[in-house]
Design a protein around this ligand. Sequence first.
Ligand SMILES: NC(=O)c1ccc[n+]([C@@H]2O[C@H](COP(=O)([O-])OP(=O)(O)OC[C@H]3O[C@@H](n4cnc5c(N)ncnc54)[C@H](OP(=O)(O)O)[C@@H]3O)[C@@H](O)[C@H]2O)c1
Length: 234
Amino acid sequence: MKIVVFGANGPTGRQLVRQATTEGHAVTAVTRRPEAFPPGGPLLRVVGADVHDPVAVKEAVAEQDAVVSVLGVPFGRKPVTVYSAGLTHITRAMAGHGVARLACVTSTSLSDEESPGEGLFFRKVLEPFIVRYVGRTVYEDMRRSEEIVRDSDCEWTIVRPAGLFDAPAVSAYRMAAGPRLPGRFTSRSDLADALLRQVVDGLDPRAVVEVRTVEGTPGFIDILRKEAMGGKDR
Ligand SMILES: NC(=O)c1ccc[n+]([C@@H]2O[C@H](COP(=O)([O-])OP(=O)(O)OC[C@H]3O[C@@H](n4cnc5c(N)ncnc54)[C@H](OP(=O)(O)O)[C@@H]3O)[C@@H](O)[C@H]2O)c1
């Protein structure tokens, strides 16, 4: 299968590219910094593009069978447009080239429903504080991107992970289109596999799915410290 990955140079994107080429898929990895992308063998093509550039996005999507978006930006005060502009240009490019299958990442924090076993402090204090203050501009744009994807004619799947952490291998994770799953963490390896399974195996079209890692999850404080300090493993 020919798969184009936007956000390929992020920690989840790099795992996804590795997993996909190992499975024998031909991958187009899109990044603004192609010179910084690690070598990946004959099945890998690295393309330099900013998703705010519709022409560059359209070129990257040409002749592909499926699209995965793991685009992301850190929390900050500046307005964020990468998710909404990215998914606008990606879905238009897909329509223009007749490419149907799309899987894209947002976050479980966009869910309006309570997840099983969720503590009151997390649900009522910590998560709202992150969504409404610390990460407000990111979550607002993620939400816009979900609307753009739902309104598109693509065979889309929105994949929502919980708090991300790095793990050495894919585990026996859970993925479901609802009701909500318990747990607070998703490893980037599991998220990458979930996205790949969605587009390669044609699971859950036109659905929002959650992904949760159930074994080897870290402590909450460890994660906060590591992500806040930008210490992601690549
Ligand atoms: N951290 C968490 O706990 C958490 C929880 C739930 C969901 N998520 C979401 O999960 C996804 C994956 O996260 P991650 O940590 O693996 O990746 P990430 O660090 O958010 O990076 C994704 C990549 O997107 C690319 N990108 C950003 N702006 C771009 C632009 N204008 N044009 C093209 N590419 C652009 C960047 O690559 P280049 O600089 O090379 O272009 C970056 O490496 C993100 O959407 C994130 O928001 C994260």
